[in-house]
Design a protein. Structure first.
Length: 160
């Protein structure tokens, strides 16, 4: 099945909108982490894991969530708050540029997403998290769509 230009453009717009939604969630998560203290995080994790731990005191996910919450320091919280907020704001900025067809945003997005892919693969080498691979594959697909749109935009620019 061969996709036409309209379908490819629609895929590009949907993927950029998904990146934008992800960026907004990262910003909200960063702000939430900045505003919530670590003891509140521990209380929240206790509340959501309590029923599962009563049923199965050795539940893998619940015990690991609880352990992570108890080891979640102020410095770790601050780092993740800053990381999520800055990461989200950069992506929001790029998404707005892409949706407004700003020529600068295409190469900037390719560079930023390329750096995210490299970092995600680096993190994967330590965590082996399936989610990181899925995110990386999505980012590579988005990069391909951005490149395609950028190529079209450059070909249709008026010659000087």
């Amino acid at each position: 099945m061969r996709l036409n230009e309209h379908q490819i453009h629609q895929m590009f717009r949907v993927s950029v909108l998904l990146k934008g939604a992800d960026a907004l969630l990262e910003c909200l998560g960063g702000v939430a982490l900045a505003l919530v203290n670590t003891s509140s995080i521990v209380r929240f994790v206790n509340a959501i894991t309590q029923a599962e731990l009563i049923e199965d005191p050795h539940d893998f996910i619940a015990t690991h969530l609880l352990a992570m919450a108890h080891h979640f320091s102020v410095q770790t919280r601050s780092f993740y708050a800053f990381y999520l907020l800055s990461h989200g704001l950069v992506k929001v900025f790029l998404v707005v540029g892409l949706l407004r067809n700003k020529l600068w945003s295409y190469p900037a997005s390719l560079i930023v997403l390329g750096l995210f892919v490299i970092y995600q693969l680096y993190r994967f080498s330590y965590t082996h998290g399936f989610g990181l691979i899925m995110l990386t594959i999505f980012d590579i697909v988005v990069m391909g769509l951005i490149w395609h749109e950028y190529d079209l935009m450059r070909r249709h620019l008026p010659l000087k």
